[in-house]
Design a protein around this ligand. Structure first.
Ligand code: SF4
Length: 498
């Protein structure tokens, strides 16, 4: 575990070891010396700020980067008026890039005031050659640029940057490398994301992710189990297993195992109370996984199952590799196996060539699956993807009209689905004090619904029973029900709490 590493024992007069993660600990120790000297000169501790754009995978990467900065000796800051600022970027939509360029303008002003300031960029956007070209030409005040494949090398790159006055750029096209046991600094004490795999091989025609996150590579199950055991020792009760497509976990391992088999192993970890995972791809979701979820005591009763479109011809153009009927059949089997499960989804409106008939197919799936909630997106043309050059891009006003019709239907059904648990007493993992009313705390049911109820901050991180008094559409107002067995409830323990 990285907390046992004693940096003072690392001999910096020797060359850096080749082996990872020892090599990175060598550079963490080296960076620490350089930062200590800078701090002595400025007469104050140096601060570091990480701004994260995009998905949960990026958020988990930022926790690792923050852990390394902390071990180097930087103090964490929420403000960009810091000595070190890192943007962990997203590029899923064209306008995500524009947002980052806008922010960089602001940073260049701060750097004029603090010339010692270091500005760094990483994440998916940096995996695009034309972006890095633009940074090197028009944003010369940036000090360090790296990508999604060599995040583990951050400390080494930081030392290179601290020791040179030119911009350091280190980008890898792809990798099969996974480096374990690097420091992390979690956002929450009681829950954590856990990467189980990186990259994606699906190449959905509208998606840039496979081009910036590379080919699928799974972590070894023993490394994942060890990480989760350490997290539980450290107070974590809930984990979110993360991957672009968790259902293809394990395929590239020397000893391949399935995602369902991994879940069975995670379930055995004592002290872990809840297991969540995302994202699932319908084409790979197995009967074995449905069985493991149904039998599980810890896997939460929520499944995110992106549909994207309900029209088989559009699904074909999207390269999703399932049909409307296959998706409906899968959803029906899941609901039959777990009647109390919440199913949520992602839907794109206005994909090139989408007709009113295609759109009606999407509405039909929404009516038949009855999603607990859905993320609805207007198709966004993404340069570098096959869909961006497809003909029959749908006119904006038509897309907007469809988007509004879809949203109205999704919200109506979601409200009805939320009512399913009204009047029940169910386990809630308390996550925070309510932002609007400090007399309330906020938490999540196993099915991911939000619940607000009167309670103190001492409940944060605990799983407690809450009577679901009033449904407010997409969340509940509840009442805390103290109970002798408190804290021992698990992800799928709904039935027994009734
Ligand atoms: S499954 Fe498709 S949408 Fe999801 S990350 Fe992979 S290519 Fe993108």
């Amino acid at each position: 575990m990285y907390n046992d590493i004693d940096l003072t024992k690392i001999d910096l007069t020797q060359n850096a070891p080749a082996e990872e993660p020892q090599r990175q600990y060598y550079f963490i120790a080296k960076a620490r010396e350089l930062i200590r000297e800078r701090s002595r000169q400025t007469g104050r501790p140096l601060t570091a700020c990480i701004k994260t754009f995009g998905c949960q995978m990026n958020a988990r990467d930022s926790e690792k980067l923050r852990g390394i900065l902390e071990m180097i000796g930087y103090e964490h800051s929420e403000s960009e008026e810091a000595d070190f600022v890192l943007y962990n970027t997203c590029t899923v939509r064209e306008n995500a890039n524009l947002k980052v360029y806008g922010h960089l303008g602001y940073l260049s002003g701060l750097k004029k005031k603090n010339p010692q300031m270091i500005i760094a960029l990483c994440g998916c956007m940096m995996q695009e050659a034309e972006v890095v070209d633009k940074i090197q030409k028009s944003y010369r005040f940036v000090d360090l640029v790296f990508g999604t494949h060599n995040i583990f090398k951050f400390a080494e790159l930081l030392v290179t940057s601290l020791e040179s006055s030119r911009m350091v750029v280190d980008l890898w096209k792809d990798t099969d490398k996974i480096v374990e046991d690097l420091p992390t600094d979690r956002t929450y004490s009681f829950k954590s994301g856990v990467n189980i795999m990186f990259g994606c091989n699906n190449f959905c025609s509208y998606c840039i992710v496979p081009y910036v996150r590379g080919r699928e590579r799974s972590r070894k199950p023993e490394d994942i189990i060890r990480e989760i055991k350490d997290l539980v020792k450290d107070g974590v009760v809930e984990v979110m297993l993360l991957g672009q497509n968790v259902n293809s976990y394990g395929k590239n391992l020397e000893e391949p195992i399935t995602f369902a088999q991994l879940l069975r192993q995670v379930e055995q970890i004592e002290g872990l109370e809840r297991i969540r995972f995302m994202t699932s791809h319908p084409k790979d979701l197995s009967e074995e996984l449905i069985k493991v979820m149904r039998q599980s005591k810890k896997i939460c009763r929520h499944l995110h199952l992106p549909l994207q479109s309900g029209s088989t011809p559009i699904l074909k153009k999207m390269n999703r590799r399932y049909t409307k009927e296959q998706y409906l059949d899968l959803a029906a089997r899941i609901r039959e196996a777990m009647p109390d499960i919440a199913i949520t989804t992602d839907i794109i409106v206005g994909f090139p060539g989408e007709t009113e008939e295609d759109f009606q197919e999407t509405l039909d799936v929404v009516r038949r699956v009855r999603y607990d909630s859905a993320f609805t997106f207007i198709y966004s043309r993404r340069t570098g993807t096959p869909a961006a050059v497809m003909e029959n891009q749908v006119p904006e006003d038509v897309v907007k009209d469809r988007f509004n019709r879809l949203l109205a239907l999704v919200q109506d059904i979601s409200k009805e689905m939320s009512l399913k648990v009204q009047g029940q007493t169910l386990p809630v993992l308390v996550e925070s004090v309510n932002e609007q009313d400090s007399a309330l705390v906020t938490g999540r049911l196993s099915n991911n619904l939000l619940v607000h109820f009167p309670g103190g901050r001492e409940l944060i991180g605990k799983i407690v029973n809450v009577y679901l008094k009033e449904c407010k559409g997409f969340y509940y107002i509840g009442e805390y029900v103290p109970d002798a067995g408190e804290g021992s409830r698990s992800g799928s323990d709904e039935a027994s709490a009734r």
